[in-house]
Ligand binder design. Structure first.
Ligand code: PEP
Length: 254
């Protein structure tokens, strides 16, 4: 077991919530609570990024954007490029979240293009993959997450993989209050690690952080995070409440 090679990463996905002032206030609440070894990330709306970076400066909290476009610049109304995020000093970006796939037409191929652009600009990527309920019922979860991951990582080198975090997020568990069991979460995180070992070698696989996401909260985090292949969490709803998010961070640090 090589869990000690990886520092846990607890990331809050704040989705389309909070004005800049509200984001600054939530970060201020979190700062004294987010202590310890785990890396803590807050993914905030684009408009909140400058305020969030300022509020989190010099603290244990890193800031992420929730998406990025693949082009450097151009006629892409409403989009934001990796170069823009880099210029602002944003270290992380979430790519391929199921809500982007479900509501905004993201495909495995556009996810791959976004990953490529983000890595080219020196950003760290939190890459989301996960099956929908009908796929789990059909028994094809492994095939789906393997395909999503292989496509998203096409062209990513072993060196670049050190800037990628995988977030396994079963879509049926996101925002539903229904969590994968610790065994279900670990089973998929382990098969993703085996895929990484095949693609990049065991050492690179052992060093890659693989998060679980899907209704993780203060009550279930400890058991999920104790699984051998679960190295952190991507958390939506519970990350918007400082005390709940802090409890999850504490579970990662235990
Ligand atoms: C998410 O948005 O990535 C997520 C896991 O949300 P929730 O924790 O609310 O299920």
């Amino acid at each position: 077991m090589n869990k000690q090679l990886r520092t846990p990463v607890i990331a809050g996905n704040w989705k389309m919530n909070n004005t800049p002032a509200q984001t600054a206030a939530l970060i201020a609440q979190l700062i004294p609570l987010a202590q310890g070894e785990a890396t803590v990330v807050a993914a905030v709306p684009f408009i909140d990024l400058p305020t969030a970076l300022e509020a989190a400066k010099g603290t244990n909290i890193a800031i992420a954007a929730q998406n990025v476009h693949w082009a450097e610049s151009g006629a892409f109304t409403g989009e934001v490029s990796a170069q823009m995020l880099q210029a602002l000093g944003v270290p992380y970006v979430v790519i391929g979240h199921s809500e982007r796939r479900q509501y905004f037409g993201e495909t495995d191929v556009t996810v791959q293009q976004r990953v490529r652009a983000a890595l080219n600009a020196g950003l760290k990527v939190i890459l989301c993959i996960g099956e929908v309920l009908s796929e789990r019922k059909l028994g094809i979860t492994a095939e789906i997450v393997r395909a999503q991951t292989e496509i998203a990582l096409a062209g990513v080198s072993a060196d670049e993989l050190s800037n990628v975090i995988l977030a396994y997020e079963p879509v049926w568990a996101i925002g539903t209050g229904e969590t994968a069991t610790p065994a279900q979460a670990n089973e998929v995180c382990a098969l993703l690690r085996a895929l990484l070992a095949r693609l990049y070698g065991q050492d690179a696989a052992d060093r890659t952080v693989i998060q679980y996401g899907g209704s993780m909260n203060d009550a279930n985090a400890a058991e999920l995070l104790a699984q051998p292949d679960v190295d952190g969490g991507l958390i939506g709803g519970a990350s918007l409440v400082a005390e709940k998010f802090a409890a999850i961070i504490a579970a990662a640090n235990a």
